[in-house]
Ligand binder design. Structure first.
Ligand code: ISE
Length: 349
């Protein structure tokens, strides 16, 4: 950062798509101690439209141009995942902190290269955008698990439903783009690495196009805990992310509530969110505010590049399991002590 003691963070948002424009709005209008200094996108027209929502933001067309300009203290990287490695290596080289939308990168090899570059840089510059860790229900469940008040956590059941997937969605993206959140969630809840992944596909919806949908994913953590995921990306019903946690002495459900319950014409029910931007709005807001504040203090406050790498390794195992119908082991490189000795996310076993 240019001035370590500064009290306002100049943030450049790279990628002016759905997530990038949402983050520009959040940074410009709902986050303290920051302003959007640039919006960067190869499509400068799109960048211009998004920047108009953040008065005074420059419009740039590449990360190179951004880094040469010196107008940002930190970056939010919201381009598609396959573009992350190249951008992250340049941003690390420039010494700028970055909030990188998930996935860190789409495969464990490139994710490890990013981890190694960060370790070589000597300080944690990367926070990965696993926003569910900032959701109030997720945090409450995590506290319940850690407190031991319901005894040992025995199993986790996740349902992850999207209204409709884009036409270009593939089986692989079901894992990389969607189930990557549950890989991180299981690691977050249990404090353990995932050691194996299997995927079973049974009846599928006729609406799915080229994706086999829904799919059933099972993972196991180092101590043996099983967690399963129904991932259904063309569920039609709206956006749902639910978790049930089974303990020795109880059961916790999160994600099923809503502040709005409607009764009319002989029916009563809760609203279903339209998409992740509304379902996780509060979580995104908290994630970004905590990141801004931690960055001003010179650190991160959330999932690290190691979390990005470990989940990329789970995704690779998940895609292999999907193809081969086998239980695939998750192979991780040795964890650099760097990630245990720095603050951010807790050390996982
Ligand atoms: C999307 O990219 C997300 O990150 C959403 O949280 C997830 O629900 C969706 O399946 C993904 O495509």
């Amino acid at each position: 950062m240019s001035t370590p003691q500064q009290d306002e963070l100049r943030v450049a948002v790279v990628g002016a798509g759905r997530m990038g424009s949402d983050h520009v709005d959040r940074l410009a209008h709902h986050t303290l101690r920051t302003r959007v200094s640039a919006v960067v996108d190869v499509d400068v027209e799109r960048a211009g439209t998004v920047a108009a929502n953040a008065g005074g933001a420059e419009v740039l067309s590449s990360v190179d141009e951004l880094l040469a300009s010196g107008i940002a203290d930190a970056v939010v990287l919201a381009t598609p995942g396959f573009l992350h490695e190249e951008a992250l290596l340049k941003i690390i080289d420039a010494g700028l902190p970055v909030l990188c939308e998930k996935p860190l990168t789409p495969d464990p090899e490139s994710a490890l290269r990013v981890v190694e570059a960060e370790v070589a840089a000597g300080r944690q510059l990367i926070q990965v955008g696993f926003m569910r860790r900032f959701d109030a229900g997720y945090r409450r469940l995590k506290e319940t698990i850690d407190s031991g008040e319901l005894g040992e956590l025995l199993m986790l059941h996740h349902q992850h439903r999207n209204p409709e997937a884009p036409a270009e969605f593939t089986d692989e993206m079901v894992i990389h783009d969607s189930v990557v959140h549950e890989f991180d969630a299981v690691r977050y809840f249990t404090g353990e690495e995932i050691t194996n992944v299997s995927v079973r596909i049974g009846r599928t919806t006729s609406r799915a196009g080229t994706v086999r949908d829904p799919q059933h994913v099972t993972v196991q953590t180092r101590s043996g805990l099983l967690a399963d995921v129904e991932i259904f990306v063309n569920a039609q019903i709206g956006y749902q992310v639910h978790t049930q946690a089974t303990f020795e002495n109880g059961l916790v459900k999160i994600g099923e509530g809503s502040e709005f319950e409607l009764t009319t014409a002989g029916r009563s029910g809760r609203e279903v969110d339209a998409g992740f931007v509304t379902r996780f709005r509060d979580a995104y807001d908290l994630e970004v505010q905590q990141w801004v504040d931690a960055t001003l203090r010179g650190g991160i406050d959330g999932p690290s590049a190691w979390d990005g790498y470990a989940t990329a390794a789970c995704c690779a195992a998940g895609v292999a399991a999907q193809r081969n119908g086998t239980i695939e082991h998750v192979e991780l490189a040795p964890k650099p002590s760097f990630y245990s000795s720095h603050t951010g996310s807790p050390a996982l076993t």
